[in-house]
Design a binder for this molecule. Structure first.
Ligand code: P6P
Length: 341
């Protein structure tokens, strides 16, 4: 039995409801959206943990809109989030990494005003080898100039990430952890399987100013820009700005690499390269939600030259170069990029 009494802990639903009371402009409808996301996360967590036993591992034989092989758990997670958010009554439409087009929630009312973008199971290529994977999500209000009765439209999603009203991620690892922000700091919760509830374990998360690790796919080194190459070369040397070289840590699962960076400090980079001239990671449901989180925790996220949260997507599946982490390291990388195009 976990060594705490339930009276001394705060569960995720209690925390979400308490935030609504604390912040008069927080609405019960956003609370309902967050509770739906939390419930969907628990259902996916059970699926991930049971996958090996339920022979859910492996591929479906299809490919998704990204041209990536679809794993059975991808499909399961996409359907769970689509269904749970769809019946909340607060969501108009959704974008999922697994679906080519946006899709309408099945239960909308005239009062529904949120749109949600999510990567239901990021890092899915790691599922079969038991490496941590994750869900990433961002909630925004529908594009303000649109009337309430207008049907779902991509324009509702093509807003800069700074307009998100909430964002978060879940990491399905040695424990299942739910990390989110509604713009008033970042808080982390670990799932206690004995009570089937997320419990507050990481209040007011802050990313360290700097860190001892850099995280990138060095296999792409020769196709990076000169500025990125100079920054990564600098990570491997000691010098004026650091007493010893940084260590390379790269799992190949964005949520796992980002979560370690959030907790320990450091920098994660997925820059543009010859195969991905516009970057590999998706702006709407990978970069923007994590950028929202990291800025709320005192960190920084850019595409190398511009702040991620200031970028307006042109398409719901836009990609972006992605540099995120401790502010000192991201700034150092941006300086190298600016000075060495
Ligand atoms: P690469 C996983 O497929 C993913 O979308 C992210 O989770 C991860 O950071 C990245 O791609 C890994 O890409 O090219 O290093 O395998």
């Amino acid at each position: 039995m976990a060594n705490y009494t339930l009276s001394s802990t705060i569960t995720l639903p209690e925390f979400i409801r308490a935030q609504q009371v604390l912040h008069p402009n927080a609405s019960s409808d956003l609370t309902n959206v967050l509770l739906s996301i939390a419930l969907a996360t628990k259902v996916v967590a059970r699926g991930v943990n049971m996958a090996g036993l339920a022979s859910m591992l492996g591929m479906t034989g299809e490919t998704n809109v990204q041209g990536e092989a679809v794993q059975k758990l991808d499909v399961f997670a996409d359907q769970v989030f689509g269904a749970m958010l769809g019946k909340s009554g607060e969501v108009i439409s959704m974008v999922s990494e697994e679906r080519e087009q946006l899709f309408a929630a099945q239960n909308t009312t005239r009062e529904s005003k949120y749109v949600v973008a999510f990567d239901p199971l990021d890092g899915s290529s790691n599922i079969d080898v038991n490496v941590a994977i994750g869900t990433i999500w961002g909630v925004s209000r529908r594009e303000s100039r649109r009337a309430k009765v207008d049907p779902a439209h991509p324009r509702d999603f093509l807003q800069p990430g700074e307009r998100q009203v909430a964002a978060g991620y879940t990491i399905y690892g040695s424990s299942t952890m739910f990390v989110f922000s509604t713009g008033d700091g970042v808080n982390g919760f670990i799932l206690d399987p004995e009570i089937g509830e997320f419990v507050l374990t990481h209040p007011k998360m802050r990313i360290p100013e700097s860190g001892a690790t850099y995280s990138c796919n060095e296999g792409n080194y020769h196709s990076w820009s000169n500025g990125v190459k100079r920054f990564v070369d600098g990570c491997k040397q000691n010098g004026a700005s650091r007493p010893k070289p940084l260590s390379l840590r790269y799992v190949g699962s964005l949520v796992a690499d980002f979560h370690r960076t959030m907790l320990k400090g450091g920098i994660f980079l997925y820059p543009a390269d010859k195969r991905n001239p516009g970057g590999k990671l998706r702006l709407l449901y990978e970069c923007a939600p994590l950028a929202f989180i990291v800025e709320q925790a005192g960190g920084r996220a850019s595409d190398g030259t511009s702040r991620i949260l200031g970028i307006t997507p042109k398409d719901i599946h836009d990609r972006s170069p992605f540099i995120i982490g401790s502010p000192r390291l991201v700034e150092e990388c941006e300086r190298e990029v600016a000075e060495h195009q």
